[in-house]
Design a protein around this ligand. Structure first.
Ligand code: UD1
Ligand code: CA
Length: 483
């Protein structure tokens, strides 16, 4: 890999067109901030030092930077003075020799492969400056590349400062540059603000270097998509869609079936094994990892989940959950952090589970809440069971053994434990531990008050039906007796 001493990331701009209280470079696509994408690409080049120029929203940007890239150095630019001013600040205290890469913080599609080729070309050619350029059908808004007769770079003209001929040039400045540090140091303080914006333009260093006889070379990228920058939310969505397609294509080529890649959104850090099938409308976020043979979706969201081999997750929303080998989730299950489903276990419709372990082969098939619990193997939790874990002040644990049968509509008032092989009667409110092999019955004995409807709801449809039923019964009885 070609030697790289410094990277300067320009990220002090206002980003006003985002119309957001969030600084532009903190907006995210594919689960990573724009700045995060740029840093991931440049850190792959193993530079000795990364400096990020921060300005607008700098406390938030700096905080984020410390989180995602603690070794990067934030350089504060108090007021917008232009890209040249930002680089002047960033160069303070750097070595006077070496190679520096300059990129913007809002170009998330830049790949480390492209950057590394640019740096290699720069170092091998021994150039003073190397600029990544692109040809765009609509170059509006970009600086135009004016080449010399031999194809070198004569100067970069900003749109606002360009004449009619320069404006017609389709080759634009991507805003990605590699410089010889000593040459850049020599010219960076010669910048002037006699331009349409009254700012110090970094691009002016090109013509100064040219005039001083330095070799300045433009390198045209074959893939113009990579240099796309984000200025508003339309471009944010466009870049997100491009990245989605890139991510999805690479998973499909690696053996993952995506039934509908246009409605499948996968974050950059997600891992998916071969022979996984993802159905439409599925979002896989954060650190989610899916093992071979698993099936996910349709319409499923997994955030920071682990799905083991051959499991199935159908129409569900899961965050921070582990789904065991061959386990089955959904449709319509809500798994929350700390939900751990054992091998071949099952959670079904309208089941919510958090901070709870479900043993091998155990099932919570319908309409239940399971919170703060350990459930053994081969156990069945009947429909509409609630693990009553919260007394209004503290959360309490429920322990359920192996091969337990919890009857439908059981309220398990925690802390409580149900021994191996025990049962609870349907409709029970269980407040005391149930020993192994016992049945816990915690409900009032039923009594029938005969004739209540006839007395209290005289003339109602219920009473009329009841009278008719009595009459029919009496008629049956008499015909049996042969009357
Ligand atoms: C710049 C280039 C233009 C190029 C385009 C590519 C200049 C003068 N022009 O124009 O040739 O085609 O990028 O996208 O450099 N920034 C700071 N501090 C400042 C000003 C800007 O940190 O004082 C940062 C911004 O946050 C942004 C980057 O520098 O990340 C580029 O600034 P921007 O204002 O977007 O420059 P453009 O006008 O787009
Ligand atoms: Ca820009």
């Amino acid at each position: 890999m070609s030697r790289l001493d410094y990277v300067i990331v320009l990220a002090a701009g206002e980003g006003t067109r985002m119309k957001s209280t969030t600084p532009k470079v903190l907006h995210a696509i594919a689960g990573q901030s724009l700045l995060g994408h740029v840093l991931t690409a440049v850190e792959a080049l193993a530079p000795a030092e990364v400096r990020v120029v921060v300005g607008a929203g700098r406390s938030l940007v700096t905080e984020h930077l410390e989180e995602i890239s603690p070794t990067a150095i934030a350089v504060v630019q108090e007021h917008r003075g232009g890209t040249g001013h930002a680089v002047q600040l960033a160069l303070a205290g750097t070595e006077v020799k070496g190679t520096v890469l300059i990129v913007a913080g809002d170009t998330p599609l830049l790949s480390s492969a492209t950057l590394s080729q640019l740096i290699a070309a720069h170092n091998e050619g021994g150039f003073s400056a190397t600029v990544l350029t692109a040809e765009l059908p609509d170059p509006t808004g970009y600086g135009r590349i004016v080449r010399t007769d031999n194809g070198d770079l004569l100067k970069i003209v900003e749109e606002r400062d360009a004449d009619e001929f320069e404006r017609a040039i389709e080759e634009i400045n991507s805003g990605v540059y590699v410089f010889d540090l000593s040459k850049l140091h020599r010219v960076i303080n010669q910048l002037t603000d006699d331009n349409a914006q009254g700012e110090l333009y970094l691009t002016q260093v090109i013509e100064i270097m040219q005039a001083e006889g330095d070799r300045v070379v433009p390198i045209l990228t074959p893939d113009a998509v990579e240099i796309l920058g984000i200025n508003d939310r339309v471009q944010l969505a466009e870049c997100a869609a491009i990245m989605r397609d890139q991510i999805n294509d690479s998973f499909m080529r690696a053996g993952v079936t995506l039934v509908d890649p246009t409605t499948t959104w996968i974050d950059t850090k997600v891992k998916i094994a071969a022979d996984v099938t993802i159905f439409p409308g599925t979002a896989l976020f954060g650190s989610t990892a899916i093992s071979e043979g698993a099936t996910v979706g349709p319409r499923t969201t997994l955030i920071d989940c682990e799905v083991l081999a051959n499991a199935t997750v159908l129409e569900s929303y899961c965050i921070g959950a582990t789904i065991g080998e061959g386990a089955s989730v959904g449709p319509f299950t809500y798994l929350r952090p700390g939900a751990v489903l054992g091998t071949k276990s099952r959670t079904g419709a309208f089941v919510e589970m958090k901070n709870a372990t479900l043993g091998e082969g155990s099932k919570v098939p319908h309409l239940s809440y399971v919170g703060d619990a350990t459930i053994g193997v081969g156990t069945n939790i009947g429909a509409a069971t609630v693990f009553v874990n919260y007394d209004g002040e503290a959360k309490h644990h429920t322990e359920i053994g192996d091969h337990v049968r919890i009857g439908s509509d059981t309220m398990l008032i925690a802390p409580i434990s149900i021994g191996d092989g025990a049962y609870t009667a349907a409709g029970s409110v269980i407040t005391e531990n149930v020993p192994a092999g016992a049945i816990g019955v915690g409900r009032a004995r039923q009594r029938n008050v005969l004739g209540w409807v006839l007395r209290k709801r005289k003339g109602s449809p219920s009473a009329i039906s009841a009278v008719a039923a009595e009459a029919a019964q009496a008629a049956d009885a008499s015909s049996e007796k042969g009357i």
